[in-house]
Design a protein around this ligand. Structure first.
Ligand SMILES: *Cc1c(COP(=O)(O)O)cnc(C)c1O
Length: 463
C-alpha cells in the first residue's frame, strides 16, 4: 500500500515513512492511493474475530511494510481486556431495539482517543526501535488529547513527551490524570496562560527548524494517518455486533470536532462495510453541520469558537475534513489545494449532490439539548452518558431510518464531565474503579511563564 497527498503531490510513500509525519510536504494530508475493498466472503470471515485479530486483518491491508508477525504482536499487546475493560473492547449498549451506544471510552483516559493513541504508542516504539532513533513529542492540550498521548507513550522506549497545558485551567480530574504519571519520559509543563498560548509555543518551537531537527521534535495530532486507521477497526467491530448477516446495514452517529473519528467511518464505508448513513453531530461549533447541510465550508476564527459543555468538540476548523473533500471531488488534488488554500469555500450544486452518495448527513446540538438528552437517556434507557455522547444521541434520534440499526459512538465517560451531569440530573457520575481518589496522588508538573525560550531550555535539559 502506498500513500499520496490530498494536495496533488503524487510522490508515493510507504506506511512506515508517513507513520511519524504530520502534514505531507505540500501541506496536504496523506491518504492511500486506493482503498482496499472488502468483499462478502471476507466480511463473513472477519465476523467471528476477536477485536485484536480484526485489527490485525484490517491494519495489515494498510501497513504492509510491517512484517505480519510483528503487526500481530502489536495489535495483541494493544487491544487487551486489561487496558479496555471488556473482552469486546468496544461493546454495544442497547438502548432499545435498533438503537445502541458503542462504548469507545473504556481505555485509560476514559475517552475514545485511547482507541487510536494506544496503538500509536506501540507503533512508535516499534518503528523507532527498528530505526535506532528517538522522538520527542511536543504538544499542547486543554484536556483529552494530551492525556491520551501520555498514557499511550508512558514508559515507551525511544519516546519522550513534553505536554503543555494552561496552568490551572483544566478540571481537577484532568490535571490529576496527567500530572500523576510518574514515568521519567513524561513531562508536564503547565504554562501560565491560556490554551492558545500553549499552542503558539508549540508552533514557535516547531518553526525553529534547526531546533526541531536537533532535538527530534514530533507530534501526535489528529491528522496522523495511523491514528485514523486505528479508528476504522471499531466501525467493523460495531457493525458485526449489531448485525447477523452482511445484507444488513447499520448507520453510525459520530460526535465530531476535528472530523477524525467520522473520517474513519468514511474509510470503512469506502472499503465496503455496509454503512447506510454517517451522521455527523456537532455542538454549537457547527462548521461541519453547516457544510453538510449547505455545501458551504466556513472555518471560524478562535474568537468565534464557543466554549461549550462538550469541550472536546470546540473546534473552529476541522483538521481531517480535507481527506473527505479529496474523495468527494474525485481525488482532484489541485482543486483541493485551491479550495483549502483559500480558507473557506462553497461547493457547486452538482458537487453538493454527491454528499448523499457518500452517506453523510448532519445535525447540531446545544447546551439545552445536551441536558435534555442526558435526562432522556437516563430516564428512558437507564444509561448515564457524557456531554459529547449526548450531542450524538440528540442528532441520532433525528436521523433514524426504519429497519436500520443506529449506533451512537460513545466518545467519553460521564465521570470526565461531572459538572454538567450534576446540572442535568443532580447526581454524581460514578468513577471507574481505581480512579476514585486520583486527585490526591502526588503530581509531577513544572509551571512556566508564557516563554518559548524557557520551554526550549526545559526540553534541552530533559532529552
Ligand atoms: C476528540 C473528541 C471528539 C471529537 O473527535 P474528532 O475526531 O475530533 O471529530 C468527540 N468527543 C470526545 C470526548 C473527544 O475527546
Amino acid at each position: 500500500m502506498k500513500y499520496i497527498s490530498t494536495r496533488g503531490d503524487k510522490t508515493e510513500r510507504r506506511f512506515c515513512e508517513i507513520l511519524l509525519e504530520g502534514l505531507a510536504p505540500d501541506g496536504g494530508l496523506y491518504l492511500p492511493v486506493q482503498y482496499p475493498k472488502v468483499d462478502d466472503a471476507t466480511l463473513t470471515k472477519w465476523r467471528g474475530l476477536a477485536y485484536a485479530d480484526l485489527a490485525f486483518e484490517i491494519l495489515s491491508l494498510y501497513m504492509d511494510d510491517i512484517p505480519a508477525e510483528d503487526l500481530r504482536a502489536i495489535t495483541q499487546r494493544t487491544y487487551t481486556e486489561a487496558v479496555f475493560g471488556t473482552p469486546q473492547i468496544t461493546p454495544l449498549k442497547t438502548l432499545e431495539p435498533g438503537l445502541a451506544l458503542q462504548a469507545l471510552s473504556n481505555g485509560p483516559t476514559l475517552a475514545f482517543k485511547d482507541m487510536a493513541m494506544q496503538l500509536l504508542g506501540q507503533l512508535f516504539e516499534y518503528e523507532l526501535g527498528r530505526r535506532g532513533e528517538t522522538l520527542n513529542i511536543l504538544g499542547a492540550t486543554s484536556g483529552d488529547t494530551g492525556s491520551a498521548a501520555e498514557y499511550a507513550m508512558r514508559g515507551k522506549a525511544g519516546v519522550n513527551v513534553f505536554m503543555l497545558s494552561p496552568h490551572g485551567r483544566m478540571s481537577p480530574f484532568q490535571q490529576a490524570q496527567m500530572f500523576s504519571l510518574q514515568e521519567a519520559n513524561i513531562h508536564n509543563i503547565a504554562v501560565e496562560g491560556v490554551f492558545d498560548d500553549c499552542q503558539d509555543i508549540v508552533k514557535a518551537v516547531s518553526n525553529d527548524l534547526d531546533f526541531k531537527r536537533k532535538y527530534k521534535i514530533g507530534t501526535v495530532n489528529s491528522i496522523n494517518w495511523a491514528r485514523l486507521l486505528a479508528q476504522v477497526v471499531y466501525y467493523f467491530a460495531g457493525y458485526f455486533q449489531a448485525t447477523t448477516g452482511n445484507e444488513q446495514k447499520v448507520s453510525f452517529t459520530v460526535p465530531s470536532g476535528n472530523f477524525g473519528n467520522v473520517c474513519a467511518g468514511h474509510v470503512a464505508r469506502m472499503m465496503g462495510l455496509p454503512i447506510a448513513q454517517l451522521v455527523v453531530a456537532t455542538n454549537e461549533n457547527d462548521v461541519l453541520d453547516e457544510f453538510f447541510r449547505t455545501g458551504v465550508y466556513r472555518p471560524r476564527g478562535t474568537a468565534d469558537t464557543h466554549e461549550t459543555s462538550s469541550p472536546s468538540m470546540d473546534i473552529s476548523k476541522a483538521s481531517n475534513f480535507e481527506r473527505f473533500v479529496f474523495d468527494l471531488l474525485g481525488r482532484d488534488g489541485s482543486r483541493v489545494k485551491a479550495l483549502f488554500g483559500a480558507g473557506g469555500f462553497e461547493l457547486n450544486a452538482q458537487e453538493q449532490a454527491l454528499i448523499a452518495d457518500f452517506g453523510f448527513v448532519s445535525g447540531s446540538s446545544t447546551h439545552a439539548h445536551r441536558l435534555a438528552t442526558i435526562r432522556l437517556c437516563h430516564q428512558q434507557y437507564g444509561q448515564l452518558i457524557d456531554t459529547h455522547t449526548a450531542d450524538g444521541l440528540k442528532v441520532a434520534l433525528e436521523h433514524r431510518q426504519p429497519g436500520i440499526t443506529m449506533l451512537v459512538l460513545e466518545t467519553a465517560l460521564p465521570a470526565k464531565f461531572a459538572a454538567t451531569i450534576r446540572e442535568a440530573l443532580d447526581i454524581e457520575p460514578p468513577r471507574p474503579a481505581g480512579l476514585e481518589n486520583i486527585e490526591a496522588l502526588p503530581k509531577r508538573v513544572t509551571v512556566m511563564p508564557v516563554d518559548t525560550k524557557a520551554v526550549k531550555a526545559f526540553i534541552q535539559a530533559h532529552v
